[in-house]
Design a protein. Structure first.
Lengths: 329, 379
């Protein structure tokens, strides 16, 4: 049996250490995850790991051999070569040479988007038995849905198909944003993730950013909330859902507070258990009157951004600042 | 009974319209009828449209009079938008409609029931048509006040101003025309603050009266932040229900009609090429529901305003009756707990909420902020 017949080829999810590893495909997030998985597998096995990284596009002859040289390491090493799809001729020659006698104690990972350039190096590695993990594009709707489903099953959590659908619709086609949204739902929702949980968090269109801003603001983390809101506005986020998220968080606080005062079950008021738990925690930062003033400031901001004011961005920032300053620390 | 009998309590404000319907010498091609909600602007405009089609200048009994008043006369077009403002496209269609000669009557009449819902751009489209109307076309624009209409439009129209009729006059109309029992007629006329349409609905629909009671209870029963936020949620949900009830039957009928016109059986799978039309209809219906909800909420806010007006009346010891006599106890309680200034602040907060709703602020958020400002004590 030759090396090329026994080599491992699989999805990014299966990424595991080997002397030669190809991480192939255009999806950056998945490729980063594959590399992280390999690094942490090596660390797990050895207790520690030294990671060296360089770009194949700006490599000099001998760089690869030098990076893998055992004299450099007191601990097991992982070498990550970035931008394989833009490799220069020097690296190409290095890579072909290295494939003839790879160091069995070092893991060398070559990241490559899958473009044509560097084909000879890839072939040499494959012939030498390199493991290969694929990171296909996650762009089309079916790919996005599959990705979200995967995020939950990998975390061993149940998710309803309608919830997956709703999340993809609400968050849109950016894989990193989707991954962030899945993370938040995994952290905040107990039990199966339902469509209601998704819509509570993401509304029909309110984005994850809006709730991240609101989460920071209502516990008084002013700087964090302002940084997030400025970044969102600078990257073209619509101010309307940002304000809607603030309003929604404050409403939940007031509702849970009201239920507590009346000895009512907040779940009977259309709130999910995780919302109630979270609101109970967050309520420590609030008194009735400051809550009233916070809601007024958000209503004022909503009017400003819908035409009453000249500067919607300023209005949103001001509301965030007001809410955060009303939350006691 | 003449068509003009429907417009009550206006003294001789209607004379120019009546004269124009009697003689072409007194005719103008563009009219602007202003007056607060409930003054009967659109009723007056419809009566004028009818009088222009009638052989006897508004007998009130002939076929032309009856169809025009009911909105079914082919030469009297009643236009209102169900959106927040008219779209340019809507006004363009109207303008091209205005170019055609009347089909059976003497005049082609176009009544724009909410001419205040126009942006400057749409106003400019309308302006051209008003400046050079075809010889048999008459425009009748209605708006709450002169300031709600672009100056350019206003200056090309003959204007007349209606006022809110006396509640006694409205009660009389309910008794005489609709046969409402006098006590109830008076109560409803007062509660509607002389808005004829609202008074009619209150008098004829017990559920409408009940909803109004719930709205007032929001103010009289509120103690703190929790009450305010929960109450705002209830009020908004109530408006949703109300608006839904008002639009649901019509939406379903429209959908069936569209299917028929597209040649598709109900329940059959739509060919992709036709889906766009269904989606368009659904979007229009959604916009209509949004406006209906906003209008219902605005009505509720006017009810609340009347309650605080009553509080102020008691506080000042003014020698006038209460609009909400039935709630005297709750009103007296508020009057004792608030200063006069505090009452006026709350009336302002209601005014702010009305502005916010008109400005497309999230209804629930606008109502929450208002309800919080109505709390009896703010330190
Ligand atoms: Zn007649």
């Amino acid at each position: 049996m030759t090396a090329s017949e026994s080599r491992r080829v699989g999805s990014w999810v299966e990424a595991a250490p080997a002397p030669l590893v190809l991480v192939i495909g255009p999806e950056e997030l998945l490729s980063v995850r594959a590399v992280e998985a390999i690094v942490s597998a090596v660390r797990g096995a050895q207790g520690s790991v030294a990671v060296t990284a360089f770009s194949a596009a700006a490599s000099s002859r001998g760089d690869l051999r030098a990076a893998t040289s055992p004299s450099l390491f007191a601990e097991p090493g992982v070498v990550v070569v970035e931008e394989g799809e833009a490799m220069n001729d020097e690296f190409l020659k290095d890579a072909v040479d290295y494939a003839l006698s790879p160091d069995p104690d070092v893991v060398v990972i070559l990241r490559h988007s899958g473009a044509v350039r560097g084909k000879r190096a890839l072939e040499a590695w494959r012939a030498a038995g390199a493991s290969e993990f694929l990171c296909p594009a996650v762009k089309r709707d079916s790919e996005l849905v599959e990705f979200v489903e995967g995020e939950f099953t990998r975390a061993r959590r149940e998710v309803r198909p309608q919830a997956v659908r709703a999340l993809v619709d609400a968050v849109g086609g950016d894989v990193s944003e989707l991954a962030g949204a899945c993370r938040q739902l995994l952290d905040d929702v107990a039990g199966p993730v339902t469509e209601e949980a998704v819509s509570t968090y993401y509304g029909s269109r309110v984005n994850a950013t809006g709730f991240a801003v609101a989460d920071a603001a209502i516990v008084g983390r002013t700087e964090e909330a302002l940084t997030l809101v400025r970044h969102a506005l600078d990257t073209g986020t619509d101010p309307v859902p940002l304000v809607a998220a603030l309003a929604s968080k404050l409403r939940t606080l007031a509702t849970v507070g009201a239920a507590r005062g009346r000895g009512l079950d907040p779940k009977a008021m259309g709130l999910a258990p995780w919302q109630v738990d979270r609101a109970r925690r967050d309520l420590r930062h609030w008194e009735a009157d400051s809550l009233a003033r916070a809601i007024e400031s958000v209503a004022y901001a909503d009017a400003q951004i819908k035409g009453a004011g000249r500067d919607p961005q300023f209005a949103v920032e001001k509301a965030v600042r007001t809410v955060a300053s009303l939350a006691s620390h | 009974m003449s068509v003009w009998d429907q417009v009550v309590g206006q003294g001789d404000a209607l004379e120019p319209l009546i004269a124009a319907a009697r003689s072409e010498d007194a005719m103008t091609h563009a009219w602007l009828i202003t007056g607060p909600p409930g003054s009967g602007r659109s009723i007056a405009a419809r009566a004028f449209g009818a009088a222009l089609q009638c052989r006897e200048a508004g007998c009130g009994t002939c076929h032309a009079c009856r169809t025009a008043v009911a909105g079914g006369h082919p030469d009297v077009r009643l236009v209102s938008t169900e959106k927040v403002t008219f779209s340019v496209e809507e006004v363009r269609q109207l303008v091209s409609h205005a170019q055609s000669a009347p089909s059976e009557g003497r005049w082609r009449v176009i009544v724009v029931e909410d001419a205040d819902r126009m942006t400057e751009r749409t106003s400019n489209v309308l302006l051209k048509a008003i400046e050079e109307p075809p010889p048999r076309t008459v425009w009748v624009l209605c708006a709450p006040s002169l300031h709600d209409v672009a100056t350019t439009i206003r200056s090309r129209c003959r204007t007349l101003t209606l006022r809110i009729p006396d509640p006694e006059v409205v009660a009389w109309l309910l008794i005489e025309r609709d046969g409402v029992e006098p006590g109830l007629a008076r109560e409803c006329a007062l509660a509607a603050q002389s808005h004829i349409g609202v008074a009619q609905r209150l008098a004829s629909d017990p559920a409408a009266r009940e909803r109004r009671e719930k709205v007032l209870a929001l103010a009289t029963g509120m103690r703190g932040v929790g009450d305010a936020v929960l109450g705002a949620g209830d009020l908004t949900a109530l408006a949703d229900e109300d608006a839904k009830a008002a639009t649901e039957a019509r939406n379903a009928a429209e959908l069936v009609e569209l299917y028929v016109s597209l040649g598709v059986e109900a329940g059959e799978r739509l060919p992709p090429a036709l889906r766009a039309q269904v989606r368009q209809l659904e979007e229009d219906q959604k916009r209509r529901a949004t406006r209906a909800k906003r209008d219902v909420l605005d009505r509720a806010l006017l009810d609340l305003l009347s309650l605080y007006r009553d509080v102020a009346v008691l506080q000042m010891g003014a020698p006038v009756g209460l609009v909400n006599e039935r709630h005297r106890e709750g009103i007296a309680d508020l009057a004792a707990r608030l200063s006069l200034e505090g009452t006026l602040d709350r009336m302002d907060a209601i005014g702010v909420a009305r502005e916010r709703l008109a400005g497309n602020v999230s209804p629930l958020l606008a109502i929450e902020a208002m309800a919080l400002a109505l709390r009896p004590v703010i330190p």
